[in-house]
Design a binder for this molecule. Structure first.
Ligand SMILES: Cc1cc2nc3c(=O)[nH]c(=O)nc-3n(C[C@H](O)[C@H](O)[C@H](O)COP(=O)(O)OP(=O)(O)OC[C@H]3O[C@@H](n4cnc5c(N)ncnc54)[C@H](O)[C@@H]3O)c2cc1C
Length: 428
């Protein structure tokens, strides 16, 4: 059996952050990083906008400002971001405050989907040069922590310490691993909402602030704004029962390489926290996804704001660019009635937030604006950690979005750093 001092599962920012930190502390360890894909599949590969201000991306139950700021300084050393300029923030902030909302001023960088790939390649090459063994296209299947080895689709691999950082897409996989390791966990928090697509003229704030983070009452916020050459996409998810559903998402290409298509998209999400007797917020979110897929003939739903306001479903002819200003960038989507698919409490809070947003940035509720549903964020596994380094058994650590220790690229990297410190200590 192959053996490594450190095995890292997942080459996303959490896995990479851990690998670089371990090498810094113990350059002679034998480190293996595997990923089931040729390149990490998360945000570094999709849009790659990076936030460098606490608490964006940092779940506050695990992160205090001082610790996050310290880690962010390290993240900056590796990611070398070019921070985007911002303008006119006070105007929008004042308008928001008058309505009981807020605009958070964040340091941001944006590489775009193409720029993200360049970054991933650079970081992997650096890890390789530092002696890390990379095995891309290798999938972890199970773990035997008593005998300290993992089983992949290619071989068995022994470890001294193991980091599992499989991201949001690895949410179910991580739950299976937690069950097999006997680690208790809850997943009671989910983010559910819409993706909005509109013309740049109807949301011009993005010219001043690339990804403006607005917070509204009832735990609603804007999230992941894309502009320039911006597109709405759908992501395929499979439930534990094998049913398929879709969540929408958005990304943009780098401004250096792609001409603007004049469109903007962003998510508007409500955080929902479940209490007893519901066992799994995730299962609830999946059922919403399945409901939307049922209504949309196995596609997400889309509706023009003009139709929504009239209480009518959108139809095929609501989406021609002649009458309605611009065609949707997500073609494989079904015109429909979002209010039939979305729980009333969530829809009401989000619509209220959108009306506030339209007062702060007038125009966003133009009749042509498209609302896509569902956008659901699956990152709420909350395992019981044994220490501050996200250790779950004697030798197994977790990090990143799948493990609930982060909600974004920079925080995922930071959580990898924290796990790495624990791993190095464990090896001694
Ligand atoms: C479409 C999209 C766009 C996003 N855009 C942004 C953005 O612009 N800015 C931002 O800050 N955040 C963004 N995010 C969130 C961001 O991706 C995450 O916060 C971040 O990537 C989490 O890092 P991670 O290392 O935990 O997981 P990931 O980056 O998801 O990496 C996990 C890796 O583990 C691998 N893996 C999973 N299971 C296994 C297994 N069984 N065996 C082997 N390998 C496995 C996956 O292939 C994946 O490459 C986006 C997410 C998505 C899905």
């Amino acid at each position: 059996m192959d053996f490594f001092d450190v095995v890292i599962v997942g080459s996303g920012p959490a896995g990479m952050g851990a690998a670089f930190e371990i090498i810094k502390g113990k350059p002679n360890l034998r480190i293996l990083m595997i990923d089931q894909e040729p390149f990490s599949t998360g945000g570094m590969r999709n849009d790659c906008k990076m936030n460098f201000t606490y608490p964006i991306g940092f779940p506050e139950e695990y992160w205090e400002k001082q610790e996050a700021d310290r880690a962010l300084n390290q993240v900056i050393d590796y990611l070398k971001p070019t921070i985007l300029p911002k303008a006119n923030i006070e105007i929008y902030s004042k308008r928001a405050e008058r309505l009981g909302c807020s605009l958070v001023d964040i340091s941001q960088a944006h590489l775009g989907t193409d720029g993200g790939l360049v970054l991933i390649k650079r970081l992997l090459a650096e890890l390789n040069a530092l002696g890390v063994t990379l095995s891309l296209g290798e999938k972890m299947l199970s773990v035997d922590d008593t005998r300290r080895f993992i089983v992949t689709d290619k071989r068995d691999i022994g470890y001294e310490t193991l980091l599992i950082a499989p991201g949001r897409k690895g949410f179910h996989f991580l739950q299976m691993m937690l069950q097999s390791l006997g680690v208790p966990f809850v997943d009671n928090i989910v983010d559910i909402g819409l993706r909005i697509e509109t013309r740049f003229e109807h949301y011009p704030i993005v010219g001043d602030y690339y990804d403006p983070k607005f917070y509204f009452p009832e735990k609603v916020r804007t999230f992941c704004t894309n502009s320039g050459n911006a597109h709405v996409v759908k992501e395929r998810y499979v439930t534990s029962r094998g049913d398929v559903w879709y969540s929408v998402n958005g990304h943009a290409y780098s401004a250096d390489t792609h001409e603007s298509n004049g469109l903007v998209n962003f998510a508007i999400l409500k955080t929902v926290r479940f209490t007893a007797p519901l066992a799994s917020g995730q299962a609830f979110a999946e059922n919403l996804g399945l409901q939307a897929a049922l209504m949309g003939g196995n596609k997400p739903l889309m509706q023009r704001v003009g139709d929504f306001r009239l209480g009518s479903r959108s139809k095929e002819n609501s989406f021609n660019s002649d009458l309605f200003d611009f065609p949707p960038t997500l073609k494989d989507c079904c015109p429909g009635d979002i209010s039939l698919a979305m729980p009333a409490k969530i829809l009401r809070a989000i619509w209220k937030a959108m009306k506030n947003l339209d007062t702060i940035v007038p125009g966003v509720l133009h009749p042509s604006t498209i609302m896509y549903y569902p956008e659901i964020k699956l990152y709420a596994n909350k395992p019981v950690y044994l220490d501050r380094n996200f250790r779950v058994t004697d030798r197994v650590f977790l990090a990143g979005d799948g493990a609930g220790t982060s909600r974004g690229i920079t925080a995922a990297w930071a959580s990898g750093i924290r796990a790495a410190r624990g791993m190095v200590e464990r090896i001694g």
